[in-house]
Design a protein around this ligand. Structure first.
Ligand SMILES: CC(C)(COP(=O)(O)OP(=O)(O)OC[C@H]1O[C@@H](n2cnc3c(N)ncnc32)[C@H](O)[C@@H]1OP(=O)(O)O)[C@@H](O)C(=O)NCCC(=O)NCCS
Length: 245
């Protein structure tokens, strides 16, 4: 996740507004049954009988898809031995992440740098600071996410990225829902926000899907190639989140 946990410079509030949130949660994504890309639509198709080799290879593919589907999306703090898999995930996603993630400018990092970064995240989390997590399905790294203390003592800001090969499966939305619940497990936290550049439509889909309210916009120094310098601020309060639980 690189410098994703660095405190971002906060700009001025430009346009306050409120939208009544309807919390739909990303749990809908779990019901969609799309983990691992397994769908049932193919079972009704009529196809020619496969050769023995094709049959064996498709059985192997199906086995790995079913194994992936059986495993749940999980978040947990990065561990030192995740460093190689994290490096691979970032390398494979670099073109997808570069437009929006400023920390990509510091990639590639050596394994030793990655391990010391993970050690720093661990120290920060244990000291009550930012909480940086990996997103996993089984042992597969599908992204990174975090809860950042950029909003003062009563707020936490969610950040996320998803591996290029795993986007559009509801993972970011599901993880953001998990992180929101984690955030409100801290008694002092009264609000959770997601800040997305105005032009980052993929990212805006996440708080929108969860029923966060669009409460305003902020200016922010441009730090990644596609950023406009104007961020939408999406928010959910403890009472709204708990009411719809
Ligand atoms: C933004 C990002 C994390 C979304 O991850 P994801 O797992 O594909 O998102 P989800 O599948 O959970 O989608 C959540 C919602 O956003 C919408 N969405 C996702 N990608 C989208 C896209 N490219 N264009 C438009 N909408 C999109 C989905 O349709 C979904 O809404 P819906 O349920 O109403 O249809 C991913 O694209 C990414 O890693 N981008 C690069 C890094 C980044 O921008 N991070 C955020 C910085 S603020």
């Amino acid at each position: 996740m690189g410098k994703a946990d660095d405190p971002r410079e906060r700009g001025s509030f430009v346009r306050p507004a409120t939208t009544s949130p309807t919390i739909r949660r990303a749990r809908a994504g779990e019901a969609r049954g799309d983990v691992g890309g397994v769908t049932t639509s193919a079972k009704h198709r009529r196809v020619a009988a496969p050769t023995r080799a094709a049959r064996s290879s498709s059985l192997d593919n199906m086995k790995s898809m079913i194994e992936l589907a059986a495993q749940r999306l999980a978040i947990r703090p990065w561990q030192a031995n995740d460093a190689p898999a994290l490096s691979v995930a970032i390398t494979e996603s670099i073109d997808h992440l570069r437009p929006w993630m400023s920390w990509i400018a510091t990639e590639p990092r050596s394994l030793a740098e990655r391990q010391s970064m993970i050690a720093r995240w661990e120290k920060e989390r244990r000291a009550g600071g930012d909480m940086v997590f990996g997103m996993f399905i089984g042992a597969v790294v599908v992204g990174g996410c975090g809860l950042h203390r950029r909003l003062g003592p009563d707020g936490l800001e969610i950040g996320y990225w998803v591996h290029a090969a795993h986007v559009r499966r509801g993972y970011a939305a599901r993880v953001a829902a998990m992180l929101t619940s984690v955030a409100f497990s801290f008694q002092e936290i009264g609000l959770v926000e997601i800040h997305c550049d105005r032009a980052n439509h993929a990212s805006q889909g996440v708080p929108r899907r969860l029923g966060f309210a669009l409460v305003g916009q902020q200016t922010k120094p441009v730090q990644a190639p596609n950023e406009t310098g104007l961020q939408d601020v999406w928010r959910v309060t403890r009472s709204d989140w708990m009411r719809d639980a």
